[in-house]
Design a protein around this ligand. Structure first.
Ligand code: SF4
Ligand code: SF4
Length: 387
């Protein structure tokens, strides 16, 4: 971003009442100049939620339907008539995830649900860490993308928000392969930044009304954070999320690498935080924001990464990271974790037979946490690292 400053609108909103969410979101977008600053009515627009898997809204696993309806209504009122809503879930279909959310096409202000299961290979000569992608066709067919992410914890990257949500631009099973190609939190974050550099979403909206803490991004605990966060800078959105939970933004790889690769700002002096409340907009410091809306005991990993000289030894770094552990009492032996493990030869498998829970081979495991994300019984949790 160089010397460019970023502006982030933070809008308090304490429940998912549709009218309240619409008014709050509109206030936030208006504080940034209005929807006309981000899209034109004649453009093909893709609204990209977080639909990690089929889950009801109370689980806080996916973007809430009230937030999606508000985005679609704002676009419709502005005259946008070619609007699609879609994602490529890691497990299951986009239509199934939308259905489970309870979102009906009739309530989507003229937008249509798009399945996002066809891929197109693209070369990216300007890629810094990744020079080719398999994107969902709809990503390439859109003129403008609006990224509507969910405020959650993440086992690999500590948090998932605006930067991480673009991984859904990669088609289904290719996502698991990406973890093998980019096998640690830093290179994975750099690959995500390259996705932003290629696709350039115009606007980022974070649903933090009810967030997820603890064992995210799929098996954590819903927690009231009572905010929407809006900006054209994805790193600044995630940085403001960090301010709200007293997490140093610099130790989040998607922030630090995103800043280094030029997709946004994670430095306090380059971010203007606008609190939009009661028809008023005031500028706040991170400390003032935390005092008003923060939650210091939000359950997220605040452990600082090992010293930089250790980071030269990537194998050692992987072994120091928390390892996935199966709670045998919750496991139903479905094998979904085995199916989604991207490592050749599988780092988790039914070594003791299919009538017993799978077991890990930690010497092969790259700590990508695909198994934890996909386990339908939330039986997999991060345990201690090993040497
Ligand atoms: S996905 Fe979860 S429930 Fe299924 S086998 Fe793996 S640990 Fe057990
Ligand atoms: S076992 Fe789990 S964390 Fe390890 S490589 Fe396989 S999917 Fe990733």
């Amino acid at each position: 971003m160089g010397d460019l400053r970023s502006t982030v609108a933070v809008i308090p909103c304490d429940d998912y009442d549709e009218e309240k969410v619409y008014r709050s979101l509109k206030t936030g977008i208006d504080a940034l100049g209005g929807i006309e600053c981000f899209v034109r009515p004649d453009e093909k627009i893709l609204v990209k939620p977080n639909l990690l898997s089929a889950a009801t809204p109370d689980k806080a696993l996916t973007t809430h339907p009230s937030v999606l309806k508000a985005v679609l209504r704002i676009l419709n009122e502005y005259g946008c008539d070619d609007v699609k809503l879609g994602d490529s879930p890691g497990h299951g279909s986009c239509e199934g995830a939308v259905r489970t959310l309870g979102l009906k096409e009739a309530e989507m202000s003229g937008a249509v649900i798009t399945p996002m299961n066809e891929e197109i290979h693209v070369n990216f000569a300007d890629g810094i860490t990744c020079r080719d992608f398999y994107f969902c066709k709809e990503i390439l067919e859109s003129d403008a993308i609006i990224n509507v992410c969910k405020m959650k914890t993440h086992a690999l990257e500590r948090i998932t928000g605006a930067v991480k949500n673009v991984y859904g631009f990669i088609c289904g099973y290719r996502k698991a392969q990406g973890h093998v190609k980019f096998p640690n939190d830093t290179v994975f974050a750099r690959m995500l930044a390259d996705i932003h550099r290629y696709t350039k979403p115009r606007l980022h909206i974070m649903d933090g009304i009810v967030a997820m803490e603890g064992n995210g991004p799929a098996a954590g605990t819903p927690v009231n954070m009572n905010v929407l966060i809006v900006s054209d800078d994805p790193v600044a959105v995630d940085t403001v999320f960090c301010y709200l939970i007293n997490l140093d933004p610099e130790i989040v790889p998607t922030n630090s690498q995103g800043m280094r690769m030029g997709i946004g700002n994670d430095e306090e002096e380059k971010i203007d935080i606008l609190l939009c409340q009661n028809n008023d907009t005031v500028k706040l410091s991170p400390g003032e924001l935390f005092a008003m809306l923060g939650k210091g005991d939000y359950d997220v990993s605040r452990k600082r990464p090992p010293k930089s000289f250790l980071s030269r030894y990537s194998g050692l770094m992987t072994r120091l990271q928390k390892r996935p552990v199966i709670d045998r009492s919750l496991c139903v032996k479905c094998g979904i974790c085995v199916d989604h493990c991207p490592v050749p030869g599988k780092a988790v498998d039914f070594k003791n037979g299919k009538d017993k829970p799978p077991v890990y081979d930690y010497s092969k495991c790259i700590r990508c946490y695909c198994c934890q994300e996909m386990c339908p019984r939330h039986a997999i949790k991060p345990g201690r690292g090993i040497i």
